[in-house]
Write a protein that binds this ligand. Structure first.
Ligand code: TRP
Length: 339
């Protein structure tokens, strides 16, 4: 897609392994499994991460459908890719219980492709797996087992102060033994304002509330409330930098806040230009995932994230699969009003 010709075959094999039987299906068949990875129930979403270092990373978020155990894919590729699963093993009984599971997913994977390097793999666990009342204790106990127990209370204070409207939504682990390997905790903010994300970011050194406000205003077309799909915050903890998160990201589900993907693309272009990133890369990625006219639907550009902190800053653009369905455009604003 964006410069991977030499390694393409191997990357495709890895992706095929992740998708399991789904990867061999024709898209004209009805989906046998309804995934929450993408709005149209397909189990795959692409993203392009622009980094302030100039690096551009392509990632694929996916879910194995129809396999026996959700860990099967991991066990199959762990050897070949030198994955380190200690941290996953340490929390597996919390997040992958044998009892009945709840919430929108059990285990998602992200395949991370950098030109000229081995792919990396990350797993996403679901704090809601045993129901909403258990989420806080699962995250708290998970952090304790990963030796960052002290990380919990500051997150509650900065990002979960609005009662039932703030919820832990993902618990993610990098599976390599790089010293920068991360634990990442995500919080969804229902009906939040920009100020709520700015407060969440304050926990992390080197974040700038003004950049968050501007990012959300340009991409979302408002200061708030973001009362469509929720804003999401994430904190990254890096081994060696203790119990304080080293990075913060805010995710805007832009598809709830634009009439169509043509408008979404224009707004993303504006933000990429502001940060000096190469907009043609985003257009190449768009062209690689879809050929439909952008104003004919909404949701191809699903989220946009702003990342900041000690371990890199940048913008990530998420591109949805529209294998099963293109969501029709929302109505254009009347007299400038749109929601
Ligand atoms: N589709 C889900 C959602 O929008 C999960 C998801 C996929 C997601 N990619 C994401 C959530 C990026 C936040 C950020 O909630």
């Amino acid at each position: 897609m964006v410069g991977f010709d030499d390694a393409r075959g191997r990357h495709l094999d890895l992706l095929r392994g992740l998708l399991g039987r789904h990867g061999d299906k024709s898209i004209s068949e009805r989906p046998s499994f309804l995934s929450n990875v993408a709005d149209d129930t397909s189990p795959i979403e692409f993203s392009v991460a622009f980094d302030a270092t100039g690096e551009c990373v392509v990632r694929v978020l996916g879910e194995t459908v129809g396999a026996g155990s959700p860990r099967e894919f991991l066990d199959r590729v762990a050897g070949e890719y030198g994955l380190v699963t200690d941290r996953l093993d340490a929390v597996a009984d919390l997040f992958l219980p044998h009892e009945e599971r709840q919430g929108p997913f059990t285990l998602w994977y992200s395949l991370i492709f950098r030109p000229g390097r081995e792919p990396k793999i990350k797993v996403y666990l679901n704090p809601q797996i045993s129901g909403p009342t258990m989420a806080d204790s699962l995250v708290s106990e998970g952090l304790r087992r990963l030796n960052i127990a002290g990380a919990f209370d500051p997150m509650i204070e900065h990002a979960l102060g609005r009662g039932e409207r703030d919820n832990f939504s993902f618990f993610a682990l990098d599976l390599d033994d790089d010293p920068l390997s991360r634990v990442k905790v995500y919080v969804s903010h229902d009906a939040a304002d920009s100020a709520d994300a700015e407060r969440a970011a304050e926990l992390v050194a080197g974040t700038d509330p003004l950049l968050i406000r501007e990012f959300l205003a340009v991409l979302g077309g408002r200061k708030g409330p973001f009362d469509g799909r929720p804003l999401v915050s994430s904190y990254s903890f890096v081994e060696g930098s203790g119990e304080r998160p080293a990075n913060y990201s805010v995710y805007l589900p832009i598809r709830s806040y634009v009439p169509d993907d043509d408008v979404a693309r224009a707004r993303v272009h504006a933000v990429l230009a502001q940060y000096g990133f190469d907009r043609t890369r985003m257009d190449k990625a768009l062209a690689a995932v879809s050929r439909r006219p952008l104003h004919d639907g909404v949701g191809l550009i699903s989220h946009v994230a702003l990342r900041m902190g000690e371990f890199g800053s940048g913008i990530t653009v998420y591109l949805s699969s529209e294998a099963y369905r293109v969501m029709p455009p929302h109505k254009r604003p009347v007299l400038g009003l749109f929601s």
